[in-house]
Design a protein around this ligand. Structure first.
Ligand SMILES: *Cc1c(COP(=O)(O)O)cnc(C)c1O
Length: 397
């Protein structure tokens, strides 16, 4: 079949394998952890590299009641792909795009008079009501209304005929740290602010503040919705707040051996000769590089896995290729594992983060559009996508 043939071609090159069933299971687990609260699945940045449309669909099936994205374009992408579930843009909205969002029933965040002006004007012009969540800055100091202005803004949102104030929320600076004091202080400030808003006679449907780390540490009392991102993908918010083993990593990155060769003793590999073989070295060229999203920081530090064996990265990772040392029996066309859940000795996303001096978010978020994604459930391929070519296929079973 042609679809099978396409799939074989994808498997013969660099690709990401996404266990979409595990993603759904993780969402169900997190909802239970949040004691059944409504869960907004955060699918910004292409669902942290996992594929926004596929993850959004699975999240809703798994019981998420809403989706969260950072930009209006990301929300529009979901709508264009037939996703009708509630979507909230959790970033400050681009005023020039507010109309497009309202037309597609995309909820927006407001935190300033100007943002309310833009939303109210667009909604009146379209004669379509806009749904808005008011964001309060309780300490992250990035964006959000300061608590002393929050009641004024809430009143204004409440009185605007074309705006429905649906939620109030805040975002934590340090929920992924062991010390929960700063997080509790933010929660207290939010509740104080909400009390003032309530005493002005304003009621809202949703109060939300917990991100993955706060769900895991149990900081969600006084809210009725949680916003889960990184933990849905089975990844640790931080070393201090890891996910329990009930949650499974969803994504693994794979490639194949392109060229197999012997690097003679004394010869160097890749740009700037940062690795020099001390003896004849079995090596392989792998078609994956920093343009695919693997960190250049892993040069001479990370490793890939061939048949359960560690293959150290030799020299600099290039834009499109990486050379690794391989065992004697490695052959051209053989699969290699770049990172995953660690079950075969491969780097976990945690290890990639540590070796490249970043968090667990960046290694997956960075995965490039040119890396095809294959979606599996219970070990069976369900669908695949090549976003570079705008192709998305569901396999008939
Ligand atoms: C990204 C984001 C989240 C999700 O955070 P995780 O740590 O991935 O769970 C929640 N809320 C806001 C406002 C965000 O920007």
């Amino acid at each position: 079949m042609t679809e099978d043939c396409q799939l074989k071609k994808i498997l013969a090159g660099t690709h990401a394998m996404i266990d979409i069933g595990a993603y759904g299971d993780n969402i169900r687990w997190l909802r239970e952890r949040a004691e059944g609260r409504d869960l907004m699945a955060i699918v910004k940045a292409n669902a942290y590299g996992h594929g926004a449309v596929e993850c959004a669909r699975e999240a809703i099936t798994a019981g998420a009641s809403a989706l969260g994205v950072a930009r209006i374009d990301e929300a529009l992408d979901l709508r264009r792909n037939g996703i009708e579930a509630p979507v909230l843009v959790i970033g400050p909205p681009n005023a020039a795009q507010v109309s497009e969002a309202i037309r597609e029933s995309i909820s927006l965040t407001a935190s300033t008079e100007q943002s309310i002006d833009a939303i109210a004007a667009a909604a009146s012009q379209l004669k379509t009501p806009a749904t808005v969540h008011l964001k309060i800055d309780t300490g992250l100091h990035r964006y959000g209304a300061l608590p002393e202005l929050a009641t004024i803004l809430a009143k204004r949102l409440d009185e605007e005929p074309m705006i429905e104030l649906e939620g109030i929320y805040t975002h934590f600076s340090s929920a992924d740290e062991e010390d929960q004091e700063p997080t509790q202080a933010q929660v207290a400030l939010l509740h104080q602010t909400i009390d003032q808003i309530k005493s002005a006679g304003i009621d809202v449907r949703y109060i939300h503040f917990a991100n993955s780390a706060a769900i895991l540490t149990g900081i969600f009392n006084g809210s009725n919705m949680v916003r889960a991102g990184i933990a849905c993908y089975g990844l640790n918010p931080s070393d201090e707040v890891p996910v329990p083993s009930d949650l499974r990593p969803v994504l693994s990155l794979r490639s194949v051996i392109n060229r197999r060769f012997v690097l003679p003793a004394g010869e160097s590999v890749s740009y700037n000769r940062t690795y020099i073989a001390t003896e004849d070295q079995q090596a392989a060229d792998i078609p994956i590089g920093y343009a695919d999203g693997i960190e250049r920081h892993l040069s001479n530090r990370g490793w890939f896995i061939h048949d359960g064996q560690r293959c150290p990265i030799l020299g600099r990772i290039c834009m499109d290729q990486t050379v690794v040392g391989v065992p004697e029996d490695a052959r051209e066309g053989d699969n290699v594992l770049i990172f995953g859940d660690g079950a075969h000795g491969e780097m976990t996303v945690d290890e990639v983060g540590r070796l490249s001096e970043t968090n667990t978010y960046e290694p997956v978020v960075r995965l490039a559009a040119r890396v095809p994604r294959i979606y599996v459930r219970n070990g069976e391929v369900e669908s695949w996508s090549k976003s570079l070519l705008g192709i998305r296929e569901t396999l008939s079973s």
